[in-house]
Ligand binder design. Sequence first.
Ligand code: SAH
Ligand code: SF4
Length: 344
Amino acid sequence: MTDIKSLTPDELRTQLTGAGFPKFRAEQVGGWLQKGVTEFGQMKNISGELRQFLESRYYISVATIEKKLVSRYDKTVKYLFSLNDGECVEAVIMHYKHGVSMCISTQVGCKMGCTFCATGKSGFSRDLAPSEMLAQIEAAQRDLKLRVANVVLMGMGEPLDNFDNVLRFIELVTSPQGLNIGARHITLSTCGIVPKIYELAQRKLPINLAVSLHAPNDGIRVRTMPVAKAYPMDVLLKACRDYFAATGRRVTFEYAMISGVNDSDAHARELAEKLGGMQCHVNLIPVNSVEGTGYKKSDLQRQQAFVNILTARGIAATVRRTLGSDINASCGQLKRNQLKEGGK
Ligand code: SAH
Ligand code: SF4
């Protein structure tokens, strides 16, 4: 069976005309898929023969809402979706002044094993297909009757460990025949898989790249992020500089502040030195406590002191506003609870 929503409109047309159906039929099918139908039976104006053909050869990826939590504070919505095979992923809708942002998953689980991350602790199951990334957005749009303006690949999974599918997703979601979300409204977050950063740079997509740094040196970084053993910080930061040189896009560094681990004044000074002269922005995130990690977030005073040291040294830095604090909106945690309850 072929995953119909992972095909580009051109591929779909070629396959259907190749099977003897006229071009306008392919366009009708494409139109229904764009509208977000979840079954071939909902394609009202296609012939019975075509419907049967589609049902025998293709399937439509659907994200079904298993759980939905809505924050009372800021209307942040967190979803646990099940996919066609019963695997579950998380996604979050956030309301910002500049529009609705959605954080989606790119894998079921993750292989990278970061010690502070709920997803990393749950292990890896499989990659998501491009259609399954789209399905998360479509399901939320349908449910909330809104348009997603910005997409962040910061849910479960490491996007650059699922490179081809993520790039195809970006091609599909930015397509005028798809959800038509501009590449400038897409942010890809990576733990720092250096060869893939270079591969991404070659594509010269106008997307935003976020790199999870979370430490000012390799000594601390390897303790929380095993990927740092393969790609030390100087190699990673060089890749980020080269990325900027190749694309002209400023890199954002994510830095989860963990009390007593990476949040001292000395750490801030060391970080500022490493990032000196770079076109970048540091996004400080008070770490979300995950059961079993023992990590606690830095207090407000620490956060401010850290920002001040970076900005005084010419590094743009802000503390990310916490949204959905009452529903534990950081990804991986809903699924972890479900696993504990005996789910998939
Ligand atoms: N795998 C990619 C994208 C998914 S994780 C990456 O690691 O960048 C999205 C972001 O959430 C990353 O910056 C990650 O480091 C961060 N994150 C994971 N667990 C967290 C936690 N408990 N508190 C704060 N940020 C966390
Ligand atoms: Fe994977 Fe990102 Fe979590 Fe690390 S932080 S385990 S790379 S999802």
